[in-house]
Design a binder for this molecule. Structure first.
Ligand SMILES: Nc1ncnc2c1ncn2[C@@H]1O[C@H](COP(=O)(O)OP(=O)(O)OP(=O)(O)O)[C@@H](O)[C@H]1O
Length: 469
């Protein structure tokens, strides 16, 4: 299989391939969030394929040299870990490093089989392991530093696939429906299509969920002068404002039923009838829509005929928690957009920010970094600078949490307050997204006891704030 990894994109089109090739992606270093130097490492194409990861002797961009991926991370040992494929599976093994190798938040002892989406930490560096099929591995190798997508790049196989599809569809007039959670980048994807569409008209985004129900039709289709009291001027409406361009109907799943019927007519006829008018007016627009509501379920109350009209192509943008390999380029991009040229983050804050569920997706990272950059001063971003995460952790604490495997309080810990191994403490902190209070609760001990253990192992303590973590 190694030999068939060609460097063209289309070689394997149409064939079906099992996702069996492991690709470890270097995502970011906590010490330099602005670097944006994420890169996909050698794919594990066949048994015996593998490489080492170690510290670069001088400061320079991370790069593969021979069979070693060299990182400018002073917390990484000269030879830190090895990745190898055996019996069709990717294994990670610590090579006797000083500070250890962590998979899913736990320090590994022997070789560990990696699973799709696994987060790996070494020193102050973060990696993500992805399992892909052969064409995708080819694509990732062709675009090791990421595939151009919107204002940044993507190293996520699913987003690369989406970007390729959108590229191909861009010049057609096929309607496109994007499904994604809030803040995942639906508008970014819609603009990506518009920018490649060759359409000279504008890109007009309408947040269908934000318009009061009684105003929706006027907002979309416009109105005639005198159509209702207060309509002193004729109004074009958003759809006609996009003439020659693209209408992007965001949060379409929240469009009220009456407006759904009018919109269906507009899409079918390419014609809109302003409120108060007796005749429709032709429009030339590209229709795009997005939703985080499952409009394919009957329960959503969304009209099936409208859905069919909009769904010329249905694209899914994965939530950020399923594409953490993109965190490096996204973070660098978001910081550059704010004019930040240097930023670092403590390990506890990085774990809290990057390894949680990220329900607000890219927007959540954007907001958190935005305020953290104003608060951090000259030091690294620390837990105390991540106010939204702290607030959420505090509210989640109210609800009973299920105990994670390997972290739960053992009787021994509870009775004797015996100091658990370092990796257990770190795993608890990881599960608790960096909150000391929550990690202590997971281990069933008082926060002060937990803090003493952290000190004993030299684990840096976040400064205290309202959530105690
Ligand atoms: N691939 C990306 N590259 C750069 N920035 C991105 C990317 N994806 C999202 N963002 C940024 O994250 C923020 C949220 O993105 P966007 O508005 O596209 O999300 P959305 O899914 O449309 O959100 P909502 O559900 O709230 O409408 C924006 O500031 C956007 O610039």
């Amino acid at each position: 299989m190694a030999h068939s990894l060609a460097t063209t994109d289309n070689e394997f089109e149409g064939a079906t391939h099992a996702a069996t090739i492991g690709v470890l992606v270097f995502v970011l270093r906590y010490e330099d969030l602005c670097a944006g130097d994420s890169v996909a490492l050698h794919p594990l194409t066949h048994d015996g394929a593998g490489f080492e990861i170690g510290r670069a002797s001088e400061v320079r961009p991370p790069a593969m040299e021979g069979k070693t991926f060299l990182l400018p991370d002073r917390f990484v040992s000269r030879v830190h870990a090895r990745v190898v494929r055996r019996d069709g599976k990717g294994f990670l093994e610590d090579a006797g490093s000083k500070l250890g190798t962590f998979v899913r938040g736990e320090r590994i002892q022997g070789p560990v089989a990696l699973a799709d989406g696994d987060v790996v930490e070494m020193g102050q560096s973060l990696f993500v392991y992805r399992l892909v099929d052969e064409p995708t591995a080819v694509r990732m190798m062709t675009h090791r530093a990421g595939f151009a997508f919107g204002p940044t790049r993507t190293l996520c196989p699913e987003v690369m696939r989406l970007a390729v599809d959108l590229d191909r569809l861009a010049r057609s007039d096929q309607p496109i429906l994007l499904l994604a959670e809030t803040g995942a980048g639906k508008e970014v994807a819609a603009r990506y299509v518009h920018d490649r569409s060759g359409r000279a008209g504008p890109f007009v985004a309408v947040d269908c969920g934000a318009i009061p129900e009684h105003l929706v039709e006027g907002e979309l289709f416009g109105h005639r002068r005198g159509a209702f009291s207060g309509a002193h001027e004729e109004r074009k409406g958003r759809i006609r404002s996009a003439e020659g361009g693209t209408v992007f109907l965001d949060e379409i799943g929240n469009l009220p039923g009456t407006a759904q019927a009018s919109l269906l007519r507009a899409i079918q006829e390419n014609e809109v009838t302003p409120v108060g008018a007796d005749r429709g007016q032709k429009v030339d627009v590209r229709w795009m829509a997005a939703t985080n509501v499952d409009v394919f379920s009957e329960k959503s109350g969304f009209r099936a005929d409208l859905r069919e009209r909009l769904a010329g192509y249905v694209g899914m943008l994965p939530p950020l928690r399923k594409r953490r390999e993109d965190l490096g380029v996204l973070v660098a991009h978001l910081l550059a957009r704010r004019g930040v040229e240097r930023a670092s983050i403590t390990r506890a804050a990085a774990r809290a920010l990057f390894l949680g569920d990220l329900p607000g997706n890219v927007r959540e990272i954007e907001r958190s970094l935005g305020s953290a950059c104003l608060l951090m001063g000259d030091g690294p971003i620390d837990l105390q600078h991540l106010s939204a995460l702290r607030a959420r952790a505090a509210s989640e604490k109210e609800e009973p949490a299920s105990e994670p495997p390997g972290v739960e309080a053992t009787d021994e810990v509870r009775r004797n307050k015996a100091r658990p191994p370092r990796e257990r403490i770190e795993a608890a902190l990881f599960r608790a997204k960096g909150s000391q209070v929550e990690a202590a609760r997971l281990l069933g001990v008082h926060e002060r006891q937990f803090a003493r253990w952290m000190d004993a192992y030299g684990i840096p303590r976040p400064r205290k704030g309202p959530s105690g973590g």
